[in-house]
Design a protein around this ligand. Structure first.
Ligand SMILES: C[S@@+](CC[C@H](N)C(=O)[O-])C[C@H]1O[C@@H](n2cnc3c(N)ncnc32)[C@H](O)[C@@H]1O
Length: 319
């Protein structure tokens, strides 16, 4: 059920009656227009570097692919930034998502960046493509939304041609996610304490004061119901093994960078709009990169992989 097909007078009882996939479609349709602003998504050097680095952690430079599919593509963040970074040169680009609202934005973003992306609305657990159709299937931050992620991994295996590659990045690990909740909660508490000091109350974002059961509030409240999983790296490898993949490996990333990143996002969500300016954005970006380098160069050697926040799965369908 797309958000457009929903009644104007939407109630919590209506969304309670939806199944998990209807909730995903309704929430992401509603979120599609504000999604990129919320996650600071852009199509420039910053996000190109991020996307290409994720791929390069598991696929060597120089690898080429004729037919590429992104599943759970959202507004096209991963595919478009990879293409702009030259990592998908010469490939036909397809994107699928359960949310038509997301795919509409994805197509528009593709056009704006000179890319032709064919989109097909569908469920990752029953992909709307024939067997053996793609050479590379990618995904970013989406299998944690699926009721049965292993089913989607089997589907991605089915639509890959023999010898084809699967890369799924940006999925939260079980322990990484728990630590990030701790960081978010304590950053928020510290912010509330500091802003009790005289003269600093005005730093806080004013409360909207509205608790109305309006359509936006009802759809926004689905946010707490759409994140279904966090993962242990071994379990994700096991799911790919069971699907029949070979050369299966999970790498994890972001430890201190993630703690820093969540502190920054928690503060950004708590302050009065307009208070943090460009200098804050540079401070956040530069320090995130410093922490990421510390994680990569030093901590990755000594800290167990399950404690890092994000995981990337690489797998290959036997030739
Ligand atoms: C957090 S967003 C990530 C979007 C994009 N990959 C990115 O990194 O910006 C999760 C996406 O998964 C999609 N999704 C959720 N459940 C799905 C399903 N069963 N099948 C396909 N896509 C799904 C949502 O509609 C949404 O676009």
């Amino acid at each position: 059920m797309s958000a457009e097909a929903l009644p104007d007078e939407l109630t919590y009882a209506d969304t309670d009656a939806m199944d998990l996939k209807q909730k995903q479609a309704a929430y992401h349709d509603w979120e599609a227009q504000s999604y990129e602003e919320k996650f600071s998504i852009s199509y420039d050097e910053r996000c190109i570097e991020y996307a290409v680095e994720r791929l390069r952690k598991v696929v060597p430079e120089g690898a080429t692919f004729d037919r590429v599919l992104e599943v759970g593509a959202g507004t096209g963040f991963f595919t478009i930034n990879l293409a702009l970074g030259g990592a998908l040169d010469g490939a036909t680009l397809e994107a699928s998502d359960i949310s038509q609202g997301m795919l509409d934005v994805c197509e528009r973003n593709g056009r704006d960046h000179g890319l032709e992306i064919t989109t097909t609305q569908g469920d990752a657990e029953a992909l709307p493509y024939d067997d053996d159709s793609f050479d590379l299937v990618i995904g970013h931050a989406f299998i944690h939304h699926l009721p049965v992620p292993g089913k989607a991994i089997q589907e991605m295996y089915r639509v890959l041609a023999p010898g084809g590659t699967l890369v799924i990045a940006g999925e939260p690990t079980h322990f990484g996610d728990r630590i990030s909740h701790f960081v978010k909660h304590n950053t928020w508490r510290a912010f509330m304490q500091v802003t009790k000091l005289p003269g600093l109350e005005s730093w806080r974002k004013p409360s909207s004061g509205s608790h109305a059961e309006d359509r936006d509030a009802v759809l926004a409240a689905l946010e707490d119901q759409v994140d279904l999983h966090t993962f242990r790296p071994d379990d994700v490898e096991h799911m790919a093994d069971l699907a029949g993949f070979e050369d299966v490996r999970v790498v994890t990333e972001e430890l201190t960078a993630n703690w820093f990143g969540w502190s920054v996002r928690t503060i950004e969500a708590s302050v009065r709009p307009g208070l943090l300016g460009t200098r804050w954005a540079f401070f956040a970006f530069d320090n995130y990169n410093r922490f990421a380098a510390l994680d990569e160069k030093v901590l990755r050697r000594v800290v167990p992989r399950g404690l890092f926040y994000n995981l990337i799965l690489h797998a290959r369908k036997p030739a």
